[in-house]
Design a protein. Structure first.
Length: 367
């Protein structure tokens, strides 16, 4: 894997910086400000994206802030420039979802992913402004999706891996009715400075337990576990080079004002005396394809690519991890050419260790 890919599979769009919640672990610096994306930005992105979607599968992921805070009319205006071939996705806290939003999702064929951290007691970090718990609003939104027959994914943040938690979470999401589940171990990044250095045994144990819960009732696509199993299978049959990406995923993130941050959406909205504002251009003045083609002319990206190569030389998990994420390096190390981070350990190294530990345990119990 060398350099940044010039044609992505998706773009992330930030239609508004505003969020109606104030989650304790949120990384966004401007979530109390209502800065909205004008239609001209969406049109500039669509000018490039529509061409990519005509050739292969391509997605736009609306991810704020809280995208629904834009309102249905505002959201519809931003969707307008995109061709029907472009898959539309939204990541939402679900608190605003009602019958009208469900009709909107269906009419625009928007795939929905809901952020919720498990049963009521596990959602203390997800609160409205003023401190009011958001759980009941989230559940009402999910109930509306189910009432309208709208399939949805779920995204869960785990802030304290501990024995029993993985089973509890998996059973909750089975009941919730999502068809895909992603698990994010809490990350120290952006304005969230809470530490994320848990013991290796705790994190690997969490992942191993999650695999066990999933295997007993594999009715949900479990994002991290299924990817890990595909990787392990590919390594065993010698096809890993066909499975693993050859270039870094650019993850183009278009902020409300058209500025483009590559590799890590979490860097959008931040500035640094050494690295500037982390942007690689603006779609209102430069085409997205041109911005991507010149990605490695951005100084911090060059430094990050050097850090990825350093990982390749020293880390036995590199083929699985691929070098980690730029934002985690920056917010944990203060620069981009460092190597291992807590995020690497929690969400890559100990994930793989946990999956393999479960496999070994199953093998020994049947032999």
């Amino acid at each position: 894997m060398r350099g940044v890919a010039t044609v992505p599979d998706y773009v992330v769009m930030q239609p508004t910086t505003l969020c109606n919640l104030d989650c304790s672990y949120c990384y966004l610096p401007l979530r109390s400000a209502n800065r909205q994306m004008p239609r001209t930005v969406a049109a500039a992105v669509a000018e490039t994206v529509n061409g990519w979607a005509a050739q292969r599968r391509f997605s736009v992921v609306w991810h704020g802030g809280e995208p629904l805070a834009l309102g249905r009319d505002g959201f519809a205006a931003l969707l307008g420039p995109f061709d029907a071939a472009v898959e539309q996705h939204v990541q939402t806290n679900a608190t605003m979802i009602d019958d009208a939003w469900c009709e909107f999702f269906a009419a625009h064929q928007i795939r929905v992913s809901v952020s919720v951290d498990g049963p009521r007691a596990r959602n203390d970090d997800r609160r409205a402004r003023g401190g009011r718990p958001a759980y009941d609003q989230i559940v009402r939104g999910v109930d509306a999706l189910r009432r309208h027959g709208i399939a949805f994914s779920a995204l869960c943040v785990v802030s304290d891996p501990q024995p029993g938690l993985a089973t509890e979470l998996y059973e909750f999401f089975l009941t919730l009715g999502c068809d895909v589940l992603g698990i994010n171990i809490e990350e120290t990044e952006g304005v969230n400075v809470r530490p994320n250095g848990w013991s290796a045994d705790a994190v690997a144990g969490f992942w191993a337990e999650l695999v066990g819960a999933w295997r007993r009732a594999p009715r949900i696509h479990l994002r991290e576990v299924e990817w890990t199993l595909r990787y392990v299978a590919a390594e065993l049959d010698g096809t890993a080079d066909e499975v693993l990406p050859r270039r870094l995923d650019p993850i183009p993130t278009i902020a409300y004002d058209g500025s483009v941050v590559l590799l890590s959406p979490e860097l959008a909205g931040f500035t640094d005396s050494r690295y500037g504002d982390f942007t690689s251009g603006n779609v209102l003045t430069t085409g997205l394809a041109e911005i991507l083609a010149a990605a490695e002319q951005t100084g911090w990206i060059t430094e990050f690519v050097a850090g990825v190569e350093a990982c390749r030389q020293v880390c036995p998990y590199f083929r699985f991890c691929g070098g980690g994420h730029a934002a985690n390096r920056y917010f944990e190390h203060g620069r981009f050419d460092g190597t291992e981070t807590n995020h690497c350990r929690n969400s890559k190294i100990h994930l793989l260790e946990g999956v393999l530990a479960h496999a070994r345990e199953q093998q020994s119990s049947t032999s």
